[in-house]
Design a protein around this ligand. Structure first.
Ligand code: FEO
Length: 170
């Protein structure tokens, strides 16, 4: 369903389009990686490091430019929203980055041990993806309407420009 707000004030769709491409990329890579092969595993780990570093930057941009400002607007309007406070409070991204970094230790072990690590990584990625896609949908479907409600049109245009710029330079 097409969003009911103009593109110039839609702060989530463009960055999320990039995040979804990255999800698609690692989902494809993981199906073709032979975890028993050291080079294959190391190549996957390098790609995942880049992907999850980009996810982390995305989260930080949202925290600083969107969520913090939205919380301030809600506070000024005496509105309480646990969803805004909690949307990035879990450690899923940090845990995934830790698991990927740990993979380099396993890359130098035996084929069987690399396969054990690969299975663990596949499961963790699967669970992460199952949470990350709905999380982005929540931002688009719940938080964007809140932004439309509590920010002026000009404020949102300015906010979107800053969000895009920060993603571009990070
Ligand atoms: Fe847009 Fe919080 O991921």
């Amino acid at each position: 369903m097409a969003p009911s707000w103009p593109e110039e004030v839609d702060v989530f769709s463009v960055p999320h389009s990039r995040m979804k491409k990255l999800v698609h990329k690692y989902s494809n890579m993981i199906t073709t990686t032979d975890f028993r092969d050291e080079v294959d595993l190391t190549t996957l780990l390098k790609n995942l490091m880049n992907v999850f570093t980009e996810f982390k930057a995305h989260e930080q941009i949202e925290n600083i430019l969107i969520m913090r400002k939205l919380k301030n607007k809600l506070k000024a309007a005496s509105v309480t929203s646990a969803a805004v406070c909690n949307c990035h409070s879990d450690n899923r991204l940090t845990d995934m980055l830790d698991l990927v970094v740990d993979g380099y230790r396993w890359a130098h072990k035996t084929e069987q041990e690399r396969q054990v690590y690969g299975n663990k990584l596949m499961n963790a990625l699967d669970i992460f993806t199952q949470n990350f896609i709905p999380h982005m949908e929540e931002e688009e479907e719940v938080f964007q309407p809140m932004l439309m409600q509590y920010f002026s049109y000009e404020e949102l245009k300015d906010l979107k420009a800053k969000v895009i710029y920060q993603h571009y330079i990070s």
